[in-house]
Write a protein that binds this ligand. Structure first.
Ligand code: F6R
Length: 365
């Protein structure tokens, strides 16, 4: 079953070009420059009246929700909030009548996500799910939804489900965008970018040997910072969570510019900062953040675009990923971050597929 891979986590990391293809299969329509879904169970007229979207989830799925928030805001100009399910279920927030909830969950069994969803449904709001496990409780109880089709995820640390959740959220952002102001041409451009993604993820997997070397250099550090901005801020959070979960190293993710408001006090020569810094709108700003860390003696590992020499000059170690549209960056940059956590955990002798104290699906509160 491991197909020659040492662990399920590594196998699942390598499946991502294919699982991403599966998440898009049959869902892109060039004629109308939009995404199509079989199971939303709501008409275009009903979905058009939605004026606010709430995304709820836990853990890694919550990080995908943050990526989705940026995508939906950019493409559809809809107000979006991302809520931890454990908070939403007890919070009783005021929801306007045209609010739609998405529950994002790999397993479809996470109790907090289920409870948050039931609470919002009870108030009469439509609830859709973004699930991997077919026929799971959340998939069955929601009004409709979108399956990831990523296949079983066995490693406790979520990898392929995360990237598929981001892809499905991109499809939904395209769909809602095209219900509102996104033009035909802009829709086609998004489709082109999505269709190119599986090959780009394949290229991102080629960072594996560089990552293994970098892992060897830093595997004995006990604290890491992960920093990124805009679309790459959730990627930083997710990178930090992966490292925590499977290698038991303390890691924190932050929006890169927040670091001077406190976390920079942690920086010393034994605290590496992993910068997620592909080119884009805030690129120069992140480089400035990188210089600040270097000036305080902190080692810098940078995930950069191919051909980027500017960042490479500042960083101690660089990993190159292909150039993609900004909304797809967190998908491509999370590949080396998954591999970094994996190799560090292996070097530290950790049980990668079954980390201590964790369960694949959290069915207790
Ligand atoms: C992290 C991880 C957890 C899950 C979280 C939600 O690698 O696996 O943080 O993402 O427990 O699980 P699902 O998506 O099944 O609701």
């Amino acid at each position: 079953e491991l197909d020659g891979f040492a662990h399920y986590m590594l196998k699942e990391i390598y499946e991502q070009p294919e699982t991403i293809r599966n998440a898009m299969r049959g869902r892109l329509n060039r004629d109308s420059a939009t995404a199509v879904f079989g199971g939303l169970n709501l008409t275009a007229q009903q979905l058009r009246t939605i004026d606010r979207i709430v995304l709820t989830a836990c853990g890694t799925s919550w990080h995908a929700g943050l990526v989705g928030e940026y995508m939906l805001e950019a493409f559809a100009r809809l107000p979006v909030e991302v809520e931890y399910a454990s908070e939403l279920r007890y919070r009783n927030p005021p929801l306007s009548s045209n609010t739609l909830l998405f529950a994002i969950t790999q397993s479809g069994e996470t109790i907090d996500t289920l409870a948050a969803m039931r609470e919002v449904m009870r108030k009469g709001h439509p609830v859709l799910s973004i699930c991997n496990v077919v026929g799971s409780t959340i998939a069955r109880e929601s009004d409709g939804g979108v399956y990831l089709h990523a296949g079983p995820e066995i490693g406790v640390a979520s990898t392929k489900a995360f990237t598929s959740q981001c892809v499905v959220l991109a499809l939904l952002a395209l769909y809602f965008g095209r219900l509102h102001h996104l033009s035909y041409e802009a829709g086609l451009r998004v489709i082109d970018e999505l269709e190119a993604l599986p090959d780009q993820v394949e290229q991102a997997l080629e960072t594996n040997s560089d990552i293994r070397r970098i892992a060897g250099k830093y595997s004995r550090c006990n604290n890491f910072l992960y920093l990124g901005r805009q679309y790459n801020f959730p990627a930083a959070l997710e990178g930090a969570l992966k490292l925590k979960e499977i290698s038991y190293i303390h890691a924190e993710g932050y929006p890169a510019a927040e670091m001077k408001h406190g976390p920079i006090a942690l920086v010393d020569e034994n605290t590496p900062s992993v910068f997620v810094v592909p080119r884009g709108g805030v690129y120069e700003k992140v480089l400035a953040n990188m210089e600040e860390i270097k000036a305080r003696g902190g080692p810098v590992i940078a995930i950069v675009n191919r051909g980027d020499e500017e960042a490479a000059e500042i960083a101690d170690d660089v990993v190159h990923v292909p150039v993609v549209a900004d909304f797809l960056q967190p998908i491509v940059t999370s590949i080396p971050l998954q591999l970094l956590a994996y190799h560090i955990a292996v070097l530290r002798g950790c049980d990668v597929d079954k980390p201590r104290n964790l369960a694949k699906s959290v069915t207790v509160e």
